[in-house]
Design a protein around this ligand. Structure first.
Ligand SMILES: Nc1ncnc2c1ncn2[C@@H]1O[C@H](COP(=O)(O)OP(=O)(O)OP(=O)(O)O)[C@@H](O)[C@H]1O
Ligand SMILES: [Mg+2]
Length: 291
């Protein structure tokens, strides 16, 4: 076992870590149905509108539905990578506005418990495409298991989505608490979705941010607030991302503002992609340690 792990580590160390690395972001919540998939998709499109190259992974294995939100039927899913030995390039689906998409698929034999050969294959395949992107988004399922929290540890950032409902807030708090048990330093970004009003959303953000600071001693970043907007449901029924279905709607303009602010903050921080530990190296640690 040690020999296998060493071999895998060596292999990854030999891969070029000096290349530009994409920023990897997981979108999570505690409670389900808060808008993760809609936000992952529309935020990806917003980044693309600002000139970024984005890959979106549907990681809500078994329940993934981003293809439905885009009105696309995925021919292949990540399951085929292992089942039919396809190349990751065969899985790439051209989504709207130049984003690329990889479908989660049903019945993936627990991705988080891949054996040596499969995890190595996955890492090799990811390495083939990752550097083509500025951002890679992972739309995660609701809830937290130890395995998927470990997977989250390979991310550069985590977007935490909540609604103003108390149950959603407490579940978001619990998710952040769990994450902090594993890594206190991973950047967390909060977004309140489906707020009845701007003040309600801002208040939710403030309270949650304050609770995390006080009890978890963790400073979280704020992405912003999106209001409840019927446009989202209409766009979902129409199987079109709301940003494209109704570009002039309040929610579309707000999401573009949130995305613009996010990018401006990044510029201010003068983030240097080259000096990060690569996503692949972090994932590799996850696979080796997880075994
Ligand atoms: N801002 C909003 N205003 C109105 N409806 C919204 C808004 N955001 C999301 N919705 C609705 O909420 C529902 C759930 O959204 P979505 O599927 O994106 O959530 P999710 O967090 O991915 O759910 P799951 O946990 O099941 O994966 C959808 O039917 C969508 O139309
Ligand atoms: Mg979802």
């Amino acid at each position: 076992m040690i020999d296998q792990a060493t071999a895998l580590r060596k292999k990854l160390a030999s891969m070029n870590n000096d290349q530009e690395q994409p920023k990897t972001i997981a979108v999570i919540s505690g409670k389900g149905g808060v808008g993760k998939s809609n936000l992952s998709l529309n935020f990806s499109i917003a980044l693309s509108k600002f000139g970024k190259k984005v890959l979106l992974f549907d990681m809500d294995i078994g329940m993934g539905n981003i293809d439905i939100l885009m009105g696309i039927t995925a021919q292949h899913t990540i399951v085929d990578l292992f089942k039919n030995n396809l190349s990751i390039k065969d899985l790439l689906i051209k989504g709207p506005k130049g984003i690329d998409y990889i479908a989660g698929g049903n019945g993936l034999p627990n991705l988080f418990k891949l054996d040596e050969k499969k995890s190595e294959y996955l890492l090799d395949q990811l390495q083939l495409i990752l550097n083509d992107y500025d951002y890679v988004f992972f739309d995660m399922g609701a809830g937290m298991t130890e395995e998927n929290v470990k997977f989250l540890m390979a991310m550069d950032e985590i977007f935490v989505i909540t609604t103003p409902e108390p149950t959603s807030i407490t579940d978001a708090y619990s998710a952040m608490k769990y994450i902090c048990l594993f890594d206190q330093t991973i950047p967390l970004y909060l977004l309140v979705n489906r707020a009845e009003s701007e003040p309600e959303g801002v208040q939710t953000l403030k309270r949650l941010k304050q609770a995390v600071l006080q009890f978890l001693v963790k400073e979280v970043e704020v992405l912003g607030v999106l209001l409840y907007d019927k446009t989202v449901q209409k766009a979902v029924s129409h199987q079109e991302p709301f940003l494209l279905y109704a570009p002039k709607s309040g929610i579309s303009r707000h999401l573009l503002d949130i995305c613009r602010n996010y990018l401006e903050k990044k510029n201010e921080q003068n983030h240097d992609k080259n000096h990060q530990i690569s996503f692949i190296s972090k994932l590799q640690r996850f696979f080796v340690r997880g075994r």
